[in-house]
Design a protein around this ligand. Structure first.
Ligand SMILES: O=C(O)CCC(=O)C(=O)O
Ligand SMILES: [Fe+2]
Length: 279
């Protein structure tokens, strides 16, 4: 199907989506989930090709994600609730992001693979074990298992960010006393050690932390600059973004995992990049 054969309203919607920085794949996915037939995909491809050879490799995303207006958001397979939103820094708390069973499965998948967590050294770029971060973790490449594929699809639907912009899922386990001291998830562009990580997909612009269990005591995610503490609840997701449309990084997103006091804590973290992640 040719782009020009589409209804004028639909053509305009696609042009506008492109202006907003959406990539072809995301546009096609949205149209298909709205019930348009598969052949609409050819029309979108043709439109992108017509734009001086631009391909499905997208322009960088606009950094800031807008505020959600509805109280629930539909994804391909789950209705996610919005429990809290903060404007500055940009934070949202989601309920019902993962089922209890998915949380348990992800923990079971990770348990045999966890190793002490590392931190990227801002000067040398090496990944070091560091007292700043005393959790253990397991890393899963994108699409590593069908469960992970399903979760990645859901996150992509929820945030309208292509799966390709996500780093692999990082599952973390904190035992009593373990913590992640306050830090930024974005990479300081002036630190030589971050040059290499920035080459694989550009700057991180947002983080989604998924809580995989309830913690008996301690273990909140804390934002010390704004006095915000989010308590872990199984299946909830904590989203925050730190890059505005002009590329300014938001220092108010300083955050950490406070020490677990009793029980243990399991989370899965998805970091999102401005470009396609090639890690
Ligand atoms: O443990 C937490 O709640 C925070 C984790 C975190 O900051 C991260 O994974 O980047
Ligand atoms: Fe973090």
């Amino acid at each position: 199907m040719e782009f020009e054969q589409l209804e004028p309203d639909l053509q305009e919607w696609i042009r506008d989506a492109v202006r907003r920085g959406l990539q072809a794949q995301a546009i096609v996915d949205t149209l298909l989930s709205a019930g348009y037939p598969q052949r609409v995909s050819d029309a979108v491809d043709q439109y992108f090709l017509g734009r001086q050879g631009e391909s499905r490799a997208a322009p960088p995303l606009r950094c800031s994600l807008s505020r959600w207006q509805a109280s629930t958001l539909s994804t391909s397979d789950r209705e996610v609730q919005i429990l809290l939103q903060l404007r500055k820094p940009r934070v949202a708390l989601f309920g019902n992001l993962l089922s209890e069973r998915e949380c348990d499965e992800l923990i079971a998948l990770s348990r045999p693979r966890i190793k002490p967590s590392r931190v990227v050294n801002r000067d040398s770029g090496s990944r070091d074990i560091h007292p700043q971060r005393t959790s253990s973790g397991a890393y899963f490449r994108c699409g590593a298992t069908s469960l992970i594929q399903r979760i990645e699809r859901r996150i992509s639907d929820l945030l309208s960010v292509p799966v390709s912009r996500g780093e692999g899922l990082q599952v973390l386990n904190y035992l009593p006393g373990a913590e992640y001291k306050p830090h930024y998830d974005y990479f300081d562009p002036d630190s030589p050690g971050f040059e290499k990580v920035l080459k694989k997909g550009g700057q991180r612009f947002a983080t989604l932390i998924i809580y995989l269990n309830d913690v008996q005591a301690g273990g909140s995610t804390t934002f010390p600059e704004v006095g915000l503490d989010i308590l872990p609840r199984k299946g909830h997701g904590l989203f925050f973004s730190y890059c505005d449309a002009a590329g300014n990084l938001d220092e108010l997103t300083l955050h950490g995992g406070s020490p677990v006091v009793a029980g243990e804590k399991w989370i899965a973290t998805k970091w999102l990049r401005l470009g396609d992640y090639t890690g």
